[in-house]
Design a binder for this molecule. Structure first.
Ligand SMILES: Cc1cc2nc3c(=O)[nH]c(=O)nc-3n(C[C@H](O)[C@H](O)[C@H](O)COP(=O)(O)O)c2cc1C
Length: 314
């Protein structure tokens, strides 16, 4: 069983985004038009491996039927904790495990995880091997070009490819570049060459600044050997980004109501607060006369009930 072999070419993935692509938002995107594959937000393996953190980790790993197929993304720096976590993932309904070696968050990097792993390649490979050894699920990696310099990819990516992960997603920037410079599409041919030379069976996924399906297909015309494209922030501009559909105001309002309904459903069993939900309003209330006024009113609300009141008056 290897989900990566079953996907169309090119395939499209919704990028893992902490605080965004949770079980609620994934269902909203599925309603608009699903990608070929979902990823969860990243979950810390040391959190899963600890008695105190496990409940929270499992909450983050909750999936809905419309999420499938879905990959669980994990991060950490303790090989033993990778082992323990991957052993549990198959029974939770996942089709694969992805390891995050690219997150630039200060706290994650201070803990030695995410992009900081690029600076400790021996440890990174040990974690990857430990994960691969302890699960039947296909294991993949998501990373950046390097920590400080773009050229680091010439050493870093071959190290990963030599482990023959089932898929490799490259966010075409360094950790230092964050998301502040355009993605380095010009390096794609070099990365394809490395993949072809070292591990032809590894699916290659490109990530960074891809807006929508049309954009991904255009990139595929240019870079035919890339297997898949991952879209992150493009979904903020257009939740229908995985389709050819042009969203109407009515479509977006329907998605907003679905998001509110799902939020209410999950808030009964998850510990969720209202404030983060407000970040999503700009996705749905955008680009029509009066949108910014309506958004401003919604930003002043303190509960779903108040938000529904505001929306009722529109
Ligand atoms: C709010 C936010 C949260 C993110 N969280 C994660 C994460 O949990 N795991 C991960 O691998 N990448 C994470 N990323 C990075 C994205 O997956 C993606 O690599 C990045 O946004 C570049 O793609 P884009 O230009 O299509 O947005 C996050 C990005 C954003 C904007």
């Amino acid at each position: 069983m290897n989900i990566w072999e079953e996907l169309p070419k090119p395939f499209l993935i919704l990028a893992p985004m902490e605080g965004v692509t949770d079980v609620i938002f994934r269902q909203v995107v599925a309603k608009a038009g699903r990608p070929d594959l979902f990823f969860t937000e990243f979950t810390n393996v040391s959190s899963y491996a600890s008695e105190k953190g496990r409940a929270n980790a499992l909450e983050r790993l909750e999936i809905a039927p419309t999420d499938k197929p879905i990959i669980a993304q994990i991060w950490g720096k303790e090989p033993e904790h990778f082992k323990e976590t991957v052993k549990a993932l198959k029974n939770l309904g996942f089709s694969g495990v992805d390891i995050n070696f690219g997150c630039p968050d200060k706290n994650v990097n201070k803990a030695g995880g995410g992009a900081a792993m690029i600076k400790t390649p021996e440890l990174a490979l040990e974690c990857l091997r430990e994960a691969t050894k302890n699960t039947e699920l296909p294991v993949s990696v998501k990373t950046r070009l390097g920590w400080a310099k773009v050229e680091e990819y010439k050493e870093w990516l071959p190290l990963l490819l030599n482990e023959h992960p089932k898929a490799l997603t490259v966010h075409l920037r360094t950790k230092k570049e964050m998301s502040k410079v355009p993605a380095h599409y010009e390096i794609i041919p070099e990365i394809v060459k490395l993949r072809n030379e070292i591990s032809l069976e590894t699916k290659l996924i490109i990530n960074g600044d891809i807006k929508n399906k049309e954009h991904a297909l255009k990139l595929h015309q240019e870079y035919k050997e890339v297997d898949g494209f991952m879209i992150g922030r493009g979904v903020f501009a257009n939740p229908y980004c995985f389709t050819d559909h042009t969203a109407t105001r009515e479509d977006l309002m329907k998605l907003l109501y679905l998001h509110l309904d799902l939020y209410e459903k999950y808030s009964k069993k998850h510990q969720v607060s209202y404030e983060p939900l407000k970040h999503f309003y700009k996705i749905y209330i955008n680009n029509f006369p009066g949108a910014s006024d309506l958004r401003a009113k919604l930003m002043e609300t303190h509960s779903i009930k108040e938000a529904r009141e505001v929306l009722r008056k529109v």
